[in-house]
Design a binder for this molecule. Structure first.
Ligand code: HEM
Length: 411
């Protein structure tokens, strides 16, 4: 497989092929310059240590102006479909901010997302895990496990954003059309940008209502936040809603579905966790490493510099390959073995540095609650068909997972 295949969304539907390609890149030339047809040329940062170096040096490698690598033709079409309106006119989010501005905007919700800040939500999240696992409602049956796994993090994050359950199917669609817009199943006329515009209109009413009547939800914190005494501009408030709705949902769902597949392919590891539930925190880290749902983010070099012996020029684009870092054998012993008691486990699923995932503690908590509930209620679970992966190079994982299950007899 040629190195340029890393830009091809189809490569991500076959984890063995993807990891074969990334392992070869790490071995032969860990920082190749890739000029693929219809893509902006970029440096592929594949080793764990180089990803850390680039992410931590955030003055030299900035997030603006490009968060992800998509085909140039696709970007042009989406812009035309949106009547030439630039994304930045409608939305600015944390991912695209740098330096002091990024710090100030992140500060708005930083304490909400700490383990302490999330404490008051723990009971609700556990209850939701119970509710969604109970969708496996036959004593024995078959189900697309994605229907269970997708709906759970969606409800968690939509509740935080003040979206009622009746609107969740629409929001699910819009978030998938935004983050997984390369997959034919999730495409929308007008592309990801059309999905974003629809989401923009939707959130305006919620924002207006919460400004009139604040409450203690995340949505209210964002809607009423002030920087230098001023309420945030519309595009910044929406940017916060949009990043939380998208980054806070599909990522966690794919960690759950792909993590479930890892257990189905490694039943001894599931048995180990059943026998010793205290392993759950380590198991969650291994699920995150193994699934690494965010496949890349981009950075742009500010000055000429050298990374891994390569001369990078000011303005060059770098693509951080998180799955590559999470399977780097310079860091991990037997990276291709799924081992729920792996320790240490410094995976890159959440990135690192100033932009490290804001929702990391929430995601960990959701994963632990979900799998704890699964082990509590389900006696046996096995594959009942072929899993299907998202076609996309940005965010993805297993999107359909047919399983056969048997519940524990009711106590
Ligand atoms: C398994 C689930 C998740 C994964 C794998 C994941 C992964 C990531 C990654 C890789 C980044 C970029 C880090 C970097 O540039 O170094 C990120 C940023 C972010 N994530 Fe997550 N995420 C997850 C869940 C969540 C949740 C549940 C939320 C919120 C409800 C969330 C909100 C955010 C936000 C707001 C950012 C931008 C932070 C910034 O730029 O300062 N994520 N996430």
């Amino acid at each position: 497989m040629p190195t340029e295949a890393i830009t091809d969304p189809r490569t991500f539907t076959d984890p063995a092929a993807l990891h074969g390609l990334l392992a070869r890149i790490r071995k032969e030339d860990p920082l190749p310059f890739i000029a693929a047809d219809d893509y902006a040329p970029f440096w592929l940062v594949s080793s764990h240590s180089d990803i850390l170096e680039v992410e931590r040096n955030s003055a030299q490698f900035i997030n603006a102006p490009r968060q992800a690598l998509l085909p140039l033709s696709y970007e042009r079409q989406a812009r035309a479909a949106a009547g030439g309106v630039e994304t930045a006119a409608i939305m600015r989010n944390l991912i695209l901010m740098d330096g002091e501005e990024h710090k100030a905007y992140r500060q708005i919700t930083q304490s909400y997302f700490t383990p302490k800040g999330l404490e008051s939500l723990i009971g609700d999240i556990e209850q939701l895990a119970t509710e969604f696992i109970s969708r496996m409602d036959q004593s024995e049956g078959e189900i697309d496990f994605a229907q269970v796994a997708m709906a759970f993090p969606l409800r968690v994050v939509m509740t935080m954003l003040g979206v009622p359950p009746a609107d969740e199917p629409m929001m699910l669609r819009l978030t998938q059309q935004t983050l997984s817009s390369q997959d034919p199943e999730f495409q929308k006329e007008g592309g990801a940008r059309a999905a974003m515009l629809q989401m923009y209109s939707y959130f305006q009413k919620i924002i207006a209502d919460l400004r009139a009547t604040p409450n203690d939800t995340l949505a209210s914190v964002i809607s009423n936040a002030r920087i230098d005494g001023e309420l945030l501009a519309d595009r910044d408030v929406f940017g916060y809603f949009n990043i939380t709705a998208t980054a806070g949902h599909d990522t966690t769902s794919y960690a759950i579905t792909s993590g479930m597949l890892a257990f189905l392919e490694n039943p001894d590891e599931l048995a180990k966790l059943r026998t010793d539930p205290a392993l759950m925190p380590l198991a969650v880290e291994e699920i995150l490493r193994w699934t690494t749902p965010v496949k890349h983010f981009c950075r742009t070099a500010v000055n000429d510099c050298v990374v891994a012996g390569k001369a990078i020029k000011a303005g060059d684009l770098l693509l951080l390959s998180f799955p590559s870092g999470s399977f780097d054998d310079a860091i991990y012993e037997d990276p291709f073995t799924f081992r729920i008691d792996r320790r240490p486990n410094r995976h890159l699923a959440f990135g690192t540095g100033p932009h490290v995932c804001l929702g990391q503690y929430l995601a960990r908590f959701e994963l632990a609650s979900f799998f704890r509930e699964l082990l509590d209620k389900v006696e046996h679970i096995e594959l009942a068909g072929t899993p299907r992966f998202v076609e996309g190079s940005f965010v993805g994982g297993v999107k359909h997972l047919p399983v056969r299950y048997r519940l524990k007899p009711a106590a």
